[in-house]
Design a protein around this ligand. Structure first.
Ligand code: ACM
Length: 626
């Protein structure tokens, strides 16, 4: 027992401190790491080799990534003689599959092997993470470019490891989209779900329907919280927005392919279609003129996901013109994107305008449908036929299960995992992306600007994508979703994405058995330092106190906690600024009656580390559910 403990301790220390300067802190955590003695230093006389032409691209990319920060002029050459070798296996190693790799670093050099170029690409990402953080520098810098001797065998748990970016609520330029894709590829994500259309902007050029981007890509400029913004004024110029030309899209697809990322485009119908209706109002039931919405209070929400749209944003399922429109859209989308899937949305479709519409009522009669909700099934089945004719598979949010859909349709479970479980039991393939673990637009702690709900990094880390009792073969994998109502630029997209997308990278890549929050925390902290050098933004909200309240015998009870271990939490309720000499939290406390304000701050090893959080009695009371 003693020996085992000592052995484990040695293993921990050797993994953490294999080299005094560079702990082995990879994200996602590889399947297996064997730490060896020694290290290898990359010098300016180092060379890179590749054994087959298909391995050249990653070898060239590695040279480029090394040369920028080191200032070296390392070149990649065909053969097997490089200090850094990229070797594609002659006989596939079945354990590695399409995306796995081995990385063998010794004092003699580095050999990365894989069955396919994708695996070599991921081997390169691990190699870069093994180098000191200065490797992230955008300019030539000095460092000892040493990697510890190590043997890694690695392959993903799930085939679908995605991130969704909503470019409708806010527009992200072509360069920003590329940067974001590059960042997710470093984390071994392989799917970019591109939410291209919504009420607030249509972002993809459709040549046969030019008004979609002439009109639909532009809204009036507005400040303030999304959902409470001022309506467009009559005659006001729609000056905010943008779209991707088909040439832009081809360029982004190629950029992504070079990084083993496939792009799933989303055209969100029949709801969330106000931008399309601003361009072609004849496709709605009322045919009313609408504007591309700048984030006004256009809906009312009643809890449990029930809501009413105050402005029509749905296509009319009873109008053949709608299907002609969709045929044109999907013809061009299918021709552009090589991915077998097209995401057709299907979420949050308000049926109130359908219920009032004589055409919809006639169609319901003809189809012998009693509930207006079932028109969604009719609509989705029509859309699926259109996609099938173009050789594409239908993917949609879990609402597509309502009203019936063919078993070949793939379901993205977002309203928790319930839809995913139901879909998998029915034989559908499923991508898990529940709000409860994977919605990275939610607040990370009390410091973040308010948005619909809260999701801490530790919670994301705890996600298990295969629910009990579900056949794992139907769970393709999972995603993080970044909706951008409150995300106006890439810098803030990064802030919302990290570290939660680091946590989810472990969830979707690493074996379930080795997932461990305590070992993730130091890896995350190493990546904070690396992100600083890379000038990638991230949130430090993991250091903020978790503040919970409850009501006990009419009294408000306060509970404080932290995500990161070994933090000290100090607080005040006497309108003083808390520090390490204030009351230290140790157990739940009953708060006194009266108009108190809670102030909380965390420290680590005697130094403040979290944000100061300030909550009024009203906020604390509300948190207790009253
Ligand atoms: C969604 O969040 N409306 C899919």
């Amino acid at each position: 027992m003693k020996i085992r403990t000592a052995g484990l301790l040695f293993l921990f220390l050797s993994i953490t401190f294999a080299n005094a300067q560079q702990p082995i802190h990879l994200i996602p955590q590889p399947v297996d790491i064997q730490v060896q003695r020694g290290s290898f230093s990359i010098t300016k006389s180092a060379s890179i080799s590749y054994n087959k032409p298909q391995a050249q691209a990653v070898a060239d990319m590695t040279a480029q990534k090394l040369n920028m920060p080191t200032g070296f002029g390392i070149r990649a050459q065909a053969g097997k003689k490089g200090a850094i070798r990229f070797d594609l296996n002659d006989t596939p190693d079945s354990k590695l599959g399409k995306e796995g790799y081995t990385l063998d670093a010794s004092s003699k050099g580095i050999i990365i092997t894989a069955n396919e170029p994708a695996g070599l690409f991921y081997g390169m990402q691990s190699l870069l993470q093994l180098l000191p953080k200065e490797i992230e520098s955008k300019t030539a810098t000095t460092a000892t470019w040493t990697i510890p001797a190590v043997r890694i065998t690695d392959y993903p748990r799930f085939a679908w490891r995605g991130i969704m970016l909503d470019v409708s609520r806010h527009f992200f330029s072509k360069e920003d989209v590329k940067k974001y894709i590059d960042q997710l590829a470093r984390l071994k994500y392989n799917t970019f779900h591109w939410h291209l259309t919504d009420d607030n902007g249509w972002r993809i050029e459709i040549k046969s329907l030019p008004k979609l981007t002439e009109v639909g890509a532009w809204r009036v400029q507005r400040a303030g919280h999304f959902g409470n913004r001022l309506d467009p004024k009559p005659g006001e110029t729609a000056s905010y927005g943008g779209f991707y030309t088909q040439e832009d899209i081809k360029e982004i697809i190629k950029f992504a392919q070079d990084r083993n990322v496939t792009i799933v485009p989303e055209i969100d119908v029949p709801g969330h279609s106000m931008a399309a209706l601003a361009a072609y109002p004849e496709l709605s039931c009322t045919k009313a003129t609408v504007s591309v919405n700048p984030g006004t209070a256009f809906s009312e929400w009643y809890g449990n996901g029930t809501f009413k749209m105050l402005v029509e944003n749905t296509l009319n399922p009873s109008d053949e013109k709608v299907y002609e429109f969709l045929d044109k859209v999907f013809t061009e989308v299918a021709a552009l994107f090589p991915n077998p899937y097209i995401h057709v949305g299907g979420d949050e479709c308000y049926k109130g305008y359908w219920a009032q519409d004589p055409g919809c009522q006639a169609l319901m009669k003809q189809l012998n449908i009693r509930h207006v909700e079932d028109l969604q099934g009719y609509f989705m089945n029509r859309v699926e036929k259109i996609l099938k004719a173009k050789g594409k598979k239908l993917l949609g949010w879990d609402e597509i299960l309502e009203g019936g859909i063919s078993p070949e349709a793939t379901v993205m479970s977002w309203r928790g995992v319930k839809g995913g479980i139901e879909a998998a039991h029915m034989g559908h393939d499923v991508v898990m992306t529940p709000t409860t673990f994977a919605y990275i637009d939610y607040q990370q702690s009390d410091i973040d600007p308010p948005i619909y709900a809260s999701l801490r990094t530790k919670k994301s880390y705890s996600f298990e994508p295969v629910p009990d009792g579900v056949d794992a073969k139907h769970i393709l994998g999972g995603q993080a979703n970044l909706w951008t109502e409150q995300v106006p630029n890439l810098r803030y997209a990064e802030y919302m994405s990290y570290p939660r997308s680091w946590a989810l990278a472990d969830v979707y890549w690493s074996p379930k058995e080795i997932k461990n929050w305590e070992t993730f925390v130091p890896r995350m902290e190493t990546h904070f330092d690396r992100a600083d050098v890379a000038q990638i933004n991230y949130s430090r909200a993991v250091y903020d106190a978790i503040i919970k309240t409850s009501l006990k015998n009419g009294k408000l009870v306060l509970e404080l906690d932290s995500e990161v271990p070994n933090l000290d939490i100090f607080y005040s309720i006497d309108d003083t600024m808390p520090d390490a000499f204030s009351t230290k939290y140790s157990q739940p406390v009953e708060l006194p009656d009266g108009p108190i304000t809670l102030r909380v701050i965390t420290y680590r090893a005697g130094k403040p580390i979290g944000h100061l959080i300030i909550l009024s009695r009203d906020a604390l009371q509300k948190r207790a559910g009253r």
